[in-house]
Design a protein around this ligand. Structure first.
Ligand code: GDP
Length: 405
């Protein structure tokens, strides 16, 4: 049913806790109701490899429909695939299903996946406590308490996050019991209820990344872009921000599909006539923003994955003071990468937290993806986690004395 709302979800959690079994079980149960095509464990586990920005990711994309919605569900069979999938922004999840085996409770990858989910902006977590067939009730209760504490630690709503206990394996084997198929139906109900429909952000101050600019004879300077957030109104006092500059301007005219409109909202592609500004002062990648609503900075923290040599990445580790070109959206700027305090190197094929220093000030918002390239070859992919106060730089990034952390 194509009229149902579309939602992106995925399974996260420690290896062997039952993510793939659960994904297969969901499709099995929904097939009974005529709402999905059954996708077997083996089909998911052997999902064809896909290429995202020069990185190979093994991920299964499974689609199914509930009573209310259509879901696109991503399951990454391996831990490394999961990391790459999240950091490259390959599939942005509106919510995640955290699978925790009751036999183990929280494990290192449970924590790592929750941390990454938080960093890339996943808002809601639904927990499936799996392997309920192997433990008794008290253990299930203890695991729930432990995982609620963990959600709290990573900044998720530990009280409201729904918990479902069950056995993905029993459900997959067609057992119509509380912990079998019924647990899967319950999980789908809480997904429908708890994961909100992704909404365009109409409330925040407006922001329009500039895709193109022209001089229209007889009219003036016109910029074109898709409104990223907020509502743009005619005559709004605005500023054009990016590449070290902020230029004050205002909106003379606003067009959607070549017709003048008094306002346009997030998601709409607009042509904007700007007052008091010359085309030569505008660069692709600048942002048109509500006055004083954004901060330019040259310093950010990010999660970065360095491609392994077999993925076309570097052969040597990153050790800090690593200077290359950073690419995001439509622009690129020279950038210096420094490692987190106490970390000596990041090997190709590994990921970590880094500090980025750009040669000029830019606006980058948490969740924004980027790549780092050496001689046109992508060697890393990352996601911004925080904007830091700017640092004074000369034109030489290598000579900067920076203290991290
Ligand atoms: P993943 O690595 O998180 O995707 O985990 P898998 O789905 O591959 O499951 C790991 C192992 O746990 C497999 O051998 C499954 O058959 C088994 N398993 C999954 N769910 C259950 C369950 O509910 N009960 C039991 N006893 N075993 C399970």
């Amino acid at each position: 049913n194509s009229e149902k709302t579309h939602i992106n979800v995925g399974t996260i959690g420690h290896v062997d806790h039952g993510k793939t079994t659960l994904t297969a079980a969901i499709t099995k149960v929904l097939q009974k109701d005529g709402l999905a095509k059954f996708v077997s464990y083996d089909e998911i586990d052997k999902a064809p490899e896909e290429k995202a920005r020069g990185i190979t990711i093994n991920a299964a994309h499974v689609g199914y429909t509930t009573k209310k919605r259509h879901y696109a569900h991503t399951d990454c069979p391996g831990h490394a695939d999961f990391i790459k999938n999240m950091i490259s922004g390959a599939s942005q999840m509106d919510g995640a299903i955290l699978v925790v085996a009751a036999t183990d409770g929280q494990m290192p990858q449970t924590r790592e996946h929750l941390l990454l989910a938080k960093q890339v902006g996943v808002q809601k977590i639904v927990v499936y406590v799996n392997k309920a067939d192997l433990v008794d009730k008290e253990v299930l209760e203890l695991v729930e308490i432990e995982v609620r504490e963990l959600l709290d630690e990573f900044g998720f709503d530990s009280e409201k996050s729904p918990f479902v206990c069950g056995s993905a394996l029993k459900a997959l084997n067609g057992e119509d019991t509380e912990i079998g198929e019924k647990s899967i139906r319950k999980l789908l109900d809480v997904l429908d209820e708890y994961i909100p429909v992704p909404e365009r952000d109409f409330m925040s101050p407006f922001m329009v990344p500039i895709d193109n600019m022209f001089l229209v004879p007889g009219r003036g300077t016109v910029v074109v872009g898709t409104i990223f957030r907020g509502i743009v109104k005619k005559n709004a006092v605005s500023e054009l921000v990016g590449f070290d500059t902020k230029i004050k301007t205002s909106i003379g005219d606003l067009q959607v599909f070549k017709k003048s409109v008094p306002e346009a909202k997030a998601g709409e592609n607009v042509g904007i006539l700007l007052r008091n500004i010359k085309v030569k002062d505008i660069e692709r990648g600048m942002l048109l923003c509500e006055m004083n609503s954004v901060k330019l900075s040259n310093r950010f923290t990010a999660s970065v994955y360095f491609l392994s040599k077999s993925e076309g990445g570097r052969s040597k580790p990153i050790t800090g003071k690593y200077i290359q070109q950073l690419f995001s959206k439509t622009w690129s700027i020279a950038c210096r990468v420094d490692l987190d305090a106490g970390v000596e190197m990041i090997m190709p094929g590994e990921h970590g937290k880094v500090y980025l220093t750009l040669l000029c000030k830019m606006v980058m918002t948490p969740g924004q993806c980027f790549t780092i390239r050496e001689n046109k070859i992508t060697v890393a992919t990352g996601i911004i986690t925080e904007t830091l106060p700017e640092v004074v730089i000369t034109k030489n990034l290598g000579k900067l004395e920076l203290s991290n952390a």
